[in-house]
Design a binder for this molecule. Structure first.
Ligand code: CUA
Length: 339
């Protein structure tokens, strides 16, 4: 049994360590978390193998003989064995808890020159506010290699702020502020995920984080301060509209072929240009779409609820961005993309 156990443990550990369990390591925290996970695997596999080896051996070795209806032998405890099977797991679990605590303490330690980002979760979107830079955004943009201190809030129900590439995950709880720290150390675009079942749109509560060079981050902050992502010179209004549509998270809940969006929580926006002018008597198409963005309960399409869509896009987006978005949603976006 011992020989089988040792061989199976070695094979099991080797297989487990070969498997690529995690996405890109996108922060200084990720390497330590991944090492912690590997240590847990190395400790867990032999325990699993030990239990299974003894269980399977016992099934065969102590099987009742055919026709044997008698009771098994009565055993009244074994003090030595009990001390052993309490002490060893206690030591293993305590050591792992202490190790985990040390790692968490280390990766969540306060850093110099932290960038503060307020994260707010609500059904079904994330929004980000940079108090030092006085910038608000529905897209998370972070400079590479600078520690970030996230202050996490929730407007309605429990959510959980998670960027798998950063490894850190923290609950967003209404009424209190939770925090977590991350130092992104690899440029790229990663997913922001909600990891707490928060309602019908939970699975669509996904946005993006862009980790960019410091200079690019500074430019982005400057742009946001000067009228946001309204079309820049040379950029077509449709491309700008598509960018806002995606970065604001509209794609999470709505279908729009031009933006490769397939959400079904809210009305299908491919149909919008055809119906926007007729849905509300006396309201033109542009006003109808504008009002629907800044005050979702104002006009509710049959079959949908007025309070599913966040009501704060009017604050999150600049007036220019909203105009661009309205034009985009009503415009000839499809013909342009096919060019
Ligand atoms: Cu928010 Cu799930």
């Amino acid at each position: 049994m011992l020989l089988i156990g040792v061989i199976a443990s070695v094979i099991g550990v080797l297989i487990c360590l070969q498997i690529d369990w995690f996405p890109t390591e996108g922060s200084t925290q990720s390497e330590k978390i991944d090492t912690l996970y590997d240590v847990l695997l190395i400790v867990s596999v032999p325990i699993f193998v030990l239990v299974m080896t003894i269980a399977i051996y016992s099934v065969f070795a102590f099987r009742a003989k055919p026709g044997d209806k008698g009771d098994g032998a009565h055993i009244h405890g074994n003090t030595k064995l009990e001390i052993v099977w309490v002490t060893i797991p206690f030591l293993i679990v305590s050591a792992l808890a202490i190790y985990g605590w040390i790692v968490l303490d280390d990766i969540e330690a306060k850093q110099p020159n932290e960038l503060v980002v307020n994260v707010t979760g609500e059904q079904f979107t994330w929004s980000f506010d940079y108090p030092q830079e006085k910038v608000q955004s529905n897209e998370l943009v972070l400079p590479v290699d600078r520690p970030v201190h996230f202050q996490i809030h929730a407007k309605d129900v429990l959510h959980s702020f998670w960027v798998p590439a950063f490894r850190m995950k923290q609950d967003a709880v209404p009424g209190i502020t939770t925090t977590t720290r991350v130092t992104p150390d690899r440029e790229g675009t990663y997913e922001v995920v909600c990891a707490e079942l928060c309602g019908i749109g939970h699975a669509t509560m996904r946005q993006q984080v862009r980790v960019v060079p410091t200079a690019e981050f500074d430019d982005w902050v400057k742009d946001r301060g000067e009228g946001g992502a309204a079309p820049e010179e040379g950029e077509s209004p449709m491309a700008a509209g598509r960018e806002i549509f995606t970065s604001a998270g509209c794609n999470a809940c709505h279908t729009l072929a031009d933006a490769d969006a397939t959400g079904e929580v809210g009305p299908n926006l491919d149909e919008l240009p055809a119906v926007a002018g007729e849905r509300e008597k006396g309201t033109g198409a542009e006003d109808y779409v504008h009002q629907s963005i800044v005050d979702p309960p104002a006009f509710v399409v049959k079959g949908y609820s007025g309070d599913t869509m966040p009501g704060n896009f009017g604050d999150q987006l600049t007036p220019e961005e909203i105009d661009t978005l309205v034009q985009y949603l009503l415009g000839e976006s499809k013909t342009e993309k096919s060019k």
